[in-house]
Design a binder for this molecule. Structure first.
Ligand code: PLP
Length: 393
């Protein structure tokens, strides 16, 4: 009796891992969790104070569907200053997290059976959200040689008369790869020519180990017109549980997104919106500190991984993950179905370390580990990975 759309959904590998971790922890086992996509830092105090003050002022009632005015104004200032994009508050819709922004945007843009292009490897929820809105995910194959970034020819090959949008995650989860300005220009040119919208998920833009990050909407006015930039406060200001994100787009798309949001959730939590406002106004120095810490961790984890035989990895230039190629170990492990799933499941069972199988991102020869945790935790986890791999021979 349930909706047919549920039949198409893939079970969440990450939720499966979390439930297994809980079971092991209940047995008092010393579990190392490197599967997490959540910073281990807290929300900066100065941001929290804005939330507390808003509660004390009883700002707890219904407000504008697209977000509170001061937050939208601050987002526009940020987009101009940091991303070189001019938007007005009418172009912004604040929602309950980047995931919610993506769902709203796809609902606003797609008709049933429209195709949405998704480069592999992808963030786990993209294909599922596309299916939920009754559109069709079409995967773009990329190559390791190009750090899994799409090239013009990869993109062109996948376009059909039904293609409606491309989801571009930059910096990328799981690879940490970042597109150059030239690469983005090529993507814009093809999308513009073929009437394809670009859903630019830039949630990791602040966690960037390169000097300059380019927002695709800043490439040109044409780029800005076809791009819906999606961003949020989960990764930069650690507000994962406060659920806040936003879209920046042309005002007619913003209006469409607003209609959908108005009839589904009205607007995101007012307190979270004030905290996000505080984060934008006052917390850039906190963010710099988090990023400096990630930089140190990245160096440490990469050095440690360099010393392990039979694996290689994509050097991350953004986000807080390392995507590790385990294909050389394929012959040493017996498995039915997914190799990466078997690898991760054995690793968790024998060494109590949780990592995410590459199959969750569409590439079965890989695993993803996160360094959004304490140094002692990921160093111990990588030590155990070394021991696990050595145990094969
Ligand atoms: N986009 C990417 C690429 C992510 O990795 C995540 C979370 O892991 C999200 C979006 C979801 O962010 P939010 O917590 O704002 O919904």
């Amino acid at each position: 009796m349930l909706s047919k759309r549920l039949e198409t959904l893939t079970p969440s590998y990450t939720l499966e891992i979390s439930s297994k971790i809980r079971q092991l922890k209940d047995l008092n086992l010393d579990v190392i969790d490197l599967s997490i996509g959540e910073p281990n830092f807290n929300v900066p105090v100065r941001a929290k104070l804005y939330g507390i003050e808003s509660l004390n002022n009883n700002y707890t009632r219904y407000d504008a569907v697209t977000g509170i005015k001061p937050l939208k104004e601050e987002i526009c200032k940020k987009l101009l200053k940091e991303n070189n994009c001019t938007y007005c508050p009418e172009d912004i819709v604040v929602s309950s997290g980047a995931k919610h922004c993506l769902t709203n945007t796809l609902l606003a843009l797609t008709n049933p059976n429209d195709e949405v292009l998704i480069p592999i490897p992808y963030w786990v929820s993209y294909p599922e959200i596309v299916k939920i809105v009754n559109a069709i995910p079409v995967f773009i194959h990329t190559s390791k040689d190009n750090s899994f970034k799409i090239k013009a020819e990869d993109l062109s090959r996948c376009i059909s008369k039904n293609t409606k949008a491309l989801i571009l995650n930059n910096p990328n989860n799981p690879t940490g790869s970042i597109y150059t300005k030239n690469e983005l220009e090529e993507i814009v040119e093809i999308c513009y020519k073929n009437n394809i919208y670009i859903l630019a998920d830039e949630i990791y833009e602040k966690i960037c180990y390169k000097d300059n990050f380019t927002s695709i909407a800043s490439i040109s006015n044409l780029a800005k017109d076809i791009t819906i930039t999606i961003n949020g406060f989960s990764k930069s200001t650690n507000m994962t549980g406060l659920r806040l994100g936003y879209t920046a787009s042309n005002s007619s798309i913003a209006k469409a997104i607003s209609s959908i949001q108005g009839h589904s959730v009205s607007h995101p939590c007012i307190t979270s919106q004030y905290i996000a406002y505080g984060a934008l106004k006052e917390c850039n120095s906190d963010i710099n500190q988090f990023v400096n810490e990630y930089k140190l961790r990245r160096k440490l984890i990469c050095t440690k991984l360099d010393s392990i035989n039979d694996i290689s990895y994509i050097k991350p230039y953004g986000a807080f993950y390392v995507f590790i190629d385990i294909s050389k170990l394929k012959n040493t492990l017996s498995y039915n179905g997914s190799f990466s799933l078997e690898f991760c499941s054995k690793f968790l069972d024998t060494y109590n370390v949780a990592v995410v199988p590459g199959i969750a991102f569409g590439l079965d020869d890989y695993i993803r580990i996160s360094f959004a945790c304490d140094e002692s935790v990921f160093l111990e986890g990588v030590d155990r990975l070394d021991k696990f791999i050595n145990s094969f021979s």
